[in-house]
Design a protein around this ligand. Structure first.
Ligand code: NDP
Length: 478
């Protein structure tokens, strides 16, 4: 049977765009559909704008430190209009880059919402197209808890589109997004309260690392309430406009960002599980994300999803329907941009280069861009000691630059080492620039280097990270 395309990609995020380009470079005829803006979560409403906000939020701290070093320095107020104008221009530019890259790779771009009709057919803008292979790369969207008035809260998508910087926010959640935005908004001068329902933020990360990070965040002035959740919320001041109904806030299930109902911009009254009642300019829900699978035509094509709605795939990213593959957040595997990109490349290698390539999801380094940052790769102490006997090399100290300025915050450098093989099984860093550091350590851990091989590497002095090659005695063994 002759198909219109060799590959039809649904979703123009990092994974979909890379897969489309690399497949087209093999000579395949490729089309890609995107219903919103090219670039997806990472470029348009995730990693990129978030990191630019991180940069913006660190300057007040730097100016304070500069003063301690003898500079006569003073920082004024933050101009949100200036920043968000530049941010939007930058996102427009990046979107253009993505479009040009696709065009330059001979990928046909279809702007619109594509829906699958069967295992080889996609319908978009009233037109049907057939393809030998279909790749679903539709990503995910933020979800709010199921509670009355939850639609009054913002999601991470909405933060980038705020008309002005609020004076106060309540952030709900203790994951990556909650902690990153708590630090960003606090750095920008917003009074930040954070409720996390569990005993400690960043569940799943190394206990010692998340404990130190939580202390640092509180030390900087974030009002973090652990074991606390929101139970009720309502408009505090009806004078700010008609109160929106839940249907005013678009669902977001299809990949287009869900929009905070714009009608009501007034303060929000909140009651918490500890009985306290407070009013905030905004409530931000950072309570997790869900895959964009609703209304995609998966049933018509016979593609299976799991209980969370994520598309089930094998190690080659192939679904139960042989012609249909899926990569990135829509598969609910590891929700990170570089992983989606790798999944896309492995898909092309497997399907278009005849070289079956499973995706390697082992030992993926990652960073939480809080202040300070948390960088991590491999097993946590808690995970490792369930598997085998370990030595824990760990140090926590005041870094030189900050100590000189009179700061009290400590950094953490921690290595988890197998007693038997001496391999470094995990590394956890809480420090400024931990994201940059963990990228480098990740190479060593991924390649199975031992503690002794770390130590055979000469220290770079004076740096914080020299501790990673100079810790001689285990802090404890388990
Ligand atoms: P996470 O799953 O990391 O965090 C969700 C948080 O919300 C958890 O603390 C969870 O609590 C809490 N939560 C869930 N439901 C409720 C509820 N009903 N009431 C109160 N709290 C609730 O999701 P994120 O949205 O923060 O991030 C999604 C993914 O995106 C991450 O896993 C990561 O892979 C990726 N990401 C990566 C970044 C990076 O690399 N720097 C940055 C941002 C996102 P509990 O722990 O109890 O379940």
């Amino acid at each position: 049977m002759a198909f219109d395309y060799d590959l039809y990609v649904i979703g123009g995020g990092s994974g979909g765009v890379r897969a489309a380009r690399v497949a087209a470079a093999t000579g395949a005829k490729v089309a890609l559909a995107e219903e919103y803006r090219m670039g997806g979560t990472c470029v348009i409403r995730g990693c990129v704008p978030k990191k630019l906000m991180v940069f913006a939020s660190t300057y007040p701290g730097q100016v304070e430190e500069a003063k301690a070093y003898g500079w006569e320095a003073q920082i004024g107020g933050f101009n949100w209009d200036h920043f968000s104008g530049k941010l939007n221009a930058e996102l427009d530019r990046l979107e253009g880059v993505y479009r040009n890259l696709l065009g330059g790779s001979d990928v046909e771009i279809h702007d619109g919402r594509a829906v699958m009709k069967d295992a080889h057919t996609v319908s978009i803008n009233g037109q049907d197209y057939t393809a030998k292979h279909i790749l679903i790369a539709t990503g995910g969207h933020p979800v709010r808890p199921d509670m009355p008035n939850a639609h009054l809260g913002l999601s991470s998508n909405d933060i980038f589109k705020m008309k002005k910087l609020p004076k106060s926010v309540l952030i709900i959640g203790g994951g990556y997004i909650a902690c990153e935005f708590a630090c960003i908004l606090h750095g920008l001068g917003v009074e930040v309260t954070q409720y996390y329902r569990g005993a400690q933020i960043l569940r799943g990360f190394d206990d010692e690392a998340r404990g130190l990070l939580a202390e640092s965040m509180m030390g900087r002035g974030i009002k973090l309430h652990l074991g606390t959740n929101i139970v009720e919320m309502a408009p505090a001041d009806e004078a700010h406009g008609p109160i929106p109904t839940a249907s005013d806030a678009a669902g977001g299930g299809g990949g287009v960002p869900d929009n905070h109902a714009e009608h009501y911009s007034g303060p929000i009254w909140v009651k918490s599980t500890n009985g306290s009642e407070e009013t905030f300019d905004h409530v931000v829900f950072a309570t997790g994300r869900a895959p964009n699978t609703d209304g995609l035509g998966l049933e018509a094509a016979g593609v299976k999803t799991n209980r969370r709605g994520a598309i089930e795939v094998d190690k080659y990213s192939q679904t139960n329907v042989p012609s249909v593959f899926a990569i990135g957040d829509v598969t609910g595997r590891v929700e990170l941009t570089p992983v989606a990109i790798r999944e896309g490349m492995a898909f092309v290698e497997t399907v278009f280069k005849g070289n079956p390539t499973p995706v390697d999801h082992d030992l993926i380094p990652s960073a939480v861009f809080t202040q300070p940052e948390l960088g991590t790769v491999g097993l946590t102490e808690e995970q490792a000691r369930e598997i085998e006997p370990i030595d824990v090399y760990c140090t926590s100290f005041k870094p030189m630059q900050q100590a000189f300025a009179g700061g009290s915050e400590r950094v953490l450098m921690k290595l988890i080492v197998s007693q038997e093989s001496r391999k470094v099984l995990g590394c956890h860093i809480v420090a400024d620039h931990a994201g940059e550091l963990i990228q480098m350590v990740g190479i060593a851990v991924k390649n199975g280097l031992t503690k002794e091989q770390f130590d055979a590497t000469c220290a770079v002095h004076p740096t914080m990270s020299e501790e990673l090659v100079t810790m001689k005695t285990p802090m404890r063994s388990a």
